[in-house]
Design a protein around this ligand. Structure first.
Ligand code: G3H
Length: 541
């Protein structure tokens, strides 16, 4: 069968799905968590469809995997009230709890979460079409992130459990929570990226209103009881529905202290503007990126091809960190194009449960149309698709299109495609990619491929001031999670990493007193008799 035909018959028969990967019944989620109660939803719901179709006598049928509540402003405000009450202007049980006790609650949540691994991983796979292997990786990476966050907080707390005496002033400096966090993660990493904000926000003593992305809702259903049982009432509240309907009232209430959002800048900017007291709002944002790969004439070709394939096409290119445009030196462009196309042709296409599958169906059905438009637009301005069957699609499945030569007239030159379309340009002068990056609205990462220490060093110095991570002979990526993840320009606000996120979701606060006898006696009594949780030298081992 030729490649085109293979793509046309990419979707399976229902019987061929291995039993262990089947979803036996749809998840019709009606429960939602507000103020520690799992309430029953009686209102309107939205159907959740998988990106996967199956062959049926009537033709291809998109798989219905469940449904979830389409809430209204009323429930959103109830969730907000619960979070506001649980925070209680910083007097609440959770924000005043000792760090050690909060750590215990998060640890308890992690144990409960671990028990749900099989269910969550399977739902992740069905809901967003991520391969089973990568879905499992996303789950395990999230649990590791929670463990590492706990360790990092213990370190932070140990340092803060001592007094500082400076210029005749005694001080104890700790980090305190900020208030109520509205937490919204993206659909490409609905579990991991959401939890890299949610967990640090919680562990630092904030209370949360959490709205899962669509798609990316159902995989949270097995975790609802863990949230309810591990955290005090009102600390975690979960709402579902259309973001543009239920989030504006939250923001315009002025009661959200932190907007933690990973997604499109357009949506983030609208939300930020709705807050009536902008100075009270801290924004933690992960937004668009158009990371470039710069392939120099002396690059190690096989290493470069391998990393560029991973960079452009892992999870079908649906990563904010993906390489979204490749600049290749004109001396090696022909060899690069040929070898890159061959490497693309070797990628395994199929359903997410297939072992070692690379290219899978896409969760947003309108995306194949969008990619086709991008490719057509590039063709109109003189590019062509250089790989066999590039851009062929069937329903939600889109076969990667390698597009060359791309120029500044094309949409692909600037737009973040977020999918399996790979724009390539040839360059002679290194200023070409450098200027591209300088002119870009985005500033997340870059990858440089080459072998000359002098040349690479000369590129590193200007590029670190344009983006936030320069990768050498390596694809762009977020991990390891202990490394800072951020961006310049329209790519991000604030920094996330195991350690940075603890800082991002808190503020330094101190108790200070002039170093005089009366104060020394007071502080000694408070500390010795464990009268305060903040002013204390207790530390966690
Ligand atoms: O969507 C963006 C993610 O943060 C990318 O993370 O580089 O680990 O795939 P990753």
């Amino acid at each position: 069968m030729n490649l085109e035909d293979k793509i046309q018959s990419i979707f399976p028969d229902a019987e061929s799905i291995p039993a262990e990967f089947r979803l036996h019944s749809p998840i019709n989620q009606r429960e939602y968590l507000i103020n520690g109660e799992l309430r029953q939803w009686e209102g309107e719901t939205e159907s959740a469809f998988s990106p996967i179709y199956v062959n049926a006598p009537e033709g291809l049928v998109r798989q219905l995997i469940g449904s979830f509540p389409l809430m209204t402003e009323k429930e959103a405000m109830a969730a907000l009230d619960a979070a506001v009450n649980a925070y209680d202007n910083g007097k609440g049980y959770w924000p005043t709890m000792s760090v050690a006790e909060r750590i215990e609650r998060v640890q308890d949540f992690a144990y409960r979460m671990k028990e749900k691994r099989a269910e969550v991983v399977k739902l992740l796979m069905w809901e967003i079409g991520k391969s089973y292997q990568d879905s499992a990786k996303e789950f395990d990476r999230t649990l590791d992130y929670i463990e590492d966050t706990i360790d990092s907080l213990k370190d932070l707390d140990r340092v803060a459990s001592k007094f500082v005496i400076e210029q005749g002033v005694i001080g104890q400096i700790r980090r305190s929570p900020l208030g109520v966090v509205l937490c919204m993660g993206p659909s490409n990493y609905p579990l991991n990226e959401t939890f890299t904000m949610l967990i640090p926000a919680l562990i630092m003593g904030n209370t949360v209103v959490f709205k899962p992305p669509r798609p990316g809702v159902l995989l949270n259903q097995p975790l609802l009881s863990a949230f309810r049982d591990a955290f005090p009432n009102g600390v975690v509240n979960i709402i579902y529905g259309e973001g543009r309907k239920i989030t504006p009232p939250l923001m315009s209430s002025g009661k959200i202290n932190v907007l933690a959002f990973i997604g499109a800048s357009k949506a983030a900017n609208v939300l930020k503007k709705q807050h009536p007291k902008p100075n009270r709002l801290r924004s933690v944002l992960g937004l668009e990126a158009k990371n470039a790969g710069i392939i120099l004439s002396d690059a190690d070709m096989s290493l470069t091809i391998k990393e560029c394939i991973l960079g452009t096409l892992s999870y079908n290119g649906q990563r904010c960190t993906a390489l979204k445009i490749l600049f290749v030196h004109s001396q090696i462009i022909d060899e690069f194009l040929e070898k890159f196309s061959v490497a693309v042709s070797k990628l395994k296409c199929g359903m997410p449960w297939e072992k070692d599958v690379n290219i899978t169906p896409l969760p947003e059905p309108e995306k194949t149309k969008y990619f086709t438009e991008l490719v057509e637009d590039a063709k109109n301005f003189g590019a062509r698709v250089i790989n066999e069957a590039g851009g062929t699609f069937k329903e939600t499945f889109f076969y990667p299109a390698v597009v060359y030569p791309v120029n500044s007239q094309m949409r692909l030159y600037r737009e973040e495609q977020f999918g399996p379309v790979i724009p390539i340009l040839a360059f002679d002068e290194i200023d070409t990619p450098i200027q591209y990056i300088a002119d870009s609205d985005y500033g997340q990462q870059v990858s440089i491929f080459g072998n000359d220490a002098d040349v690479i060093a000369k590129l590193i110095d200007p590029l670190v001031n344009q983006v936030c991570r320069v990768n050498i002979n390596s694809q762009c990526q977020r991990g390891p999670d202990t490394f800072p993840f951020t961006g310049r320009k329209d790519s991000a606000e604030a920094t996330l990493s195991v350690y940075d996120a603890l800082r991002t979701f808190s503020i330094r606060t101190l108790v200070a007193a002039k170093d005089i006898e009366i104060n020394k006696a007071l502080i000694t009594k408070i500390v010795r008799e464990h009268k305060s949780k903040f002013l204390s030298t207790n530390f966690i081992l």
